[in-house]
Design a protein around this ligand. Sequence first.
Ligand SMILES: *Cc1c(COP(=O)(O)O)cnc(C)c1O
Length: 368
Amino acid sequence: MSALPDRPQPRAGVMSIDPYVPGKSGSKTSGKLYKLSSNETPLGASPEAIAAYKNAADHLELYPDGGSTALRDTIAQKYGLDPSRIICGSGSDEILSLLTSAYVGPGDEGIFTTHGFLVYKIALLAAGGVPVVASETDFTADVDAILAKVTDKTKIVFLANPNNPTGTYLSFDEVKRLHAGLPKHVLLVLDAAYAEYVRRNDYAAGIELVSTSENVVMTRTFSKIYGLALLRLGWCYAPAAVADALNRIRGPFNVNGAALAAGIAALHDDAHLAKAMDHNDHWLPLLTTEIEALGLKVTPSVGNFLLIHFPKTKGHTAAEADAFLSERGLILRAVGAYGLGDCLRLTIGTEEANLHFIASLKEFMSRA
Ligand SMILES: *Cc1c(COP(=O)(O)O)cnc(C)c1O
């Protein structure tokens, strides 16, 4: 008889998952800190969302609406969607995990791209699936490379559009070409966490594709432009059959009531959303130009963050820049885990943070 283990053992593969490492919060002992490492909005949440959140404090004893009905109705109204096909989650991370556990089993394959969002790999491994990496071109997802990776075992394809941490995107024509090339049983997940920031006529978050097909899901989040990252709130728009599957496996009260209330209020505050868009529209090109003027390469971004490439020359590496900027209270995101060891990711911050960043980077680049 084979010896049984003397303590509980996680399923095969669980212990080989590298835990997700979030952006640093900073460890400077004195002076102001500028957290530019997690793509959070510098404007904060809508005052109306904050008020709704505080209101929720009066009834912490009550279970929330397990169907997220009022939030789904508000989303449906705002985007012209069928509310029965919207699923809300505790952050879009939960939605990504739910989709993976519903559609990927042990040995099944899931595809994402070289510098794709790391949560996809974790979700796949957690489900016992096999992560398959498709190469990128110019730090951008490559439709042909993704399609070339499809096998009989492929169950899901993740595309962050725009992608984090690169900031690049695929045009809607390219997304449609990707969809057209996939077998009908493969689920295409369009992660549109940064959709509100994109200013490109050829971009679409994917609503039309979800509406007209059976195998496309679009995920969205309240963590980025809406400034509700603390509350964990996301949603997806899915074909009816996919929504049905997710509703069977999600927790019965998977979204907390404070998040539901704040999310609804945030969706009603168009002025706050417009302010956040304007702020990004102003600073994204300006920061790109300023950084490039210092001789550094910046991957063209349509999000609220920039991928900055540093040289390998001693004195000016990404690791040295990270240390130098940290000392000045500027916390950027090291992206070595994404295979981008020579890069740092900068989130667009407040005016004060952005100006301090430019001045500090200038100082860093001009030192011997
Ligand atoms: C930030 C981000 C999300 C959002 O995650 P939440 O769980 O909703 O906070 C999803 N996808 C990408 C690519 C992101 O960068």
